[in-house]
Design a binder for this molecule. Sequence first.
Ligand code: PMP
Ligand code: GLN
Length: 392
Amino acid sequence: MTSSARPFLNRRLAEFGTTIFAEMSALATSTGSINLGQGFPDTDGPEEIREAAVRALRDGRGNQYPPGPGIPELRTAIAAHQERRYGLSYDPDTEVLVTAGATEAIAATLLALLEPGDEVIAFEPYYDSYAACIAMAGGTRVPVTLRPHEGSFRLDLDELRDAVTEKTRLLLINTPHNPTGTVLTREELTEIARLAVERDLLVVTDEVYEHLVFDAAEHLPAATFPGMRERTVTIGSAGKTFSFTGWKVGWVTAPPALVSAVRSAKQFLTYVSSGPFQYAVAEALALPDAYFDAFRADMLAKRDVLAAGLTEAGFEVFRPQGTYFITTDIRPLGESDGFAFCRALPERAGVVAIPNAVFYDHREAGAPFVRFAFCKQTEVLQEAAKRLKAAR
Ligand code: PMP
Ligand code: GLN
């Protein structure tokens, strides 16, 4: 949509149309297609956690404004989770902040930390709200492109180093990475940390897919690297890990001065949110390892079903090491424009996918890539694969 069609929208937001997720989910509904576009599971998370939310609601816990930083039980559970999984120790009172999903964490962090004109380096393709939030904060985004290399999308560390200027304020990273499924390696994160320390940059790391890591890959929180804890804002979310994306419970962990800055912005965005759900997520974070292992194994099986189906339907598949998305290349199908492909796909095959180009500044670099979500029931994935094959 052009700005002339939206005469009241300010210049900072003029380039951002309706999010691709809303557009494609609407298309899925209007055409009755299988929605492998927007990333949300088609089954809810653990019954006992759902019941915990019901209990909180019935018991009148969280029905009125919860405390600004989040309820103590949840802040304690977040700190315990970081300690148990990664050996990262955070004070629940001064180093943890509960947000309205990771989305608000991203917005509040960028609004709090950026001065107008500051440059933010983000890996392209990037999650769509990064660009909009950098713009709302008056910052300038500087994309560093992840490029296909031996079956996955990789970072060029020299390019990253060259992207840092006098104006660079922060690195906005995302591992496991949406939409490519790339998981940053120890070597890559070591170099990122070295660069951040050397150039005295803040690091904001979006780790909402921390529990969705497959094969030999390992999730390594950026804050665990040397010199990083004091400069890193880590963002997490219950949506992906517990399959309750509608609850919108996210969080930030960081040293007190950074949390305090983020809280300053957050208090004027939502102030607070998700009262009863905060109690339920506190219980969810304390689930035994068996929950997290089973969740990961289930998603891995789904990944393999969809990857096989997409391969059979003629796509080149980049097998993701993390997240619940598969990025494909449509050129083996004789196609090159992912936008046109995704707009036609519901009619042609009754399936909805996301054109990765929307996650790029260099749109041409993302043109032939299309993302499919596999957080769906196995039969749904099989049916989608069958339809895609038939439409070939
Ligand atoms: N970051 C990334 C990389 C995402 O894919 C998403 C979508 N879940 C978010 C942030 C937003 O998370 P939430 O739903 O918790 O706001
Ligand atoms: N994170 C989800 C995705 O990437 C969708 C989030 C949204 O709809 N904003 O598909």
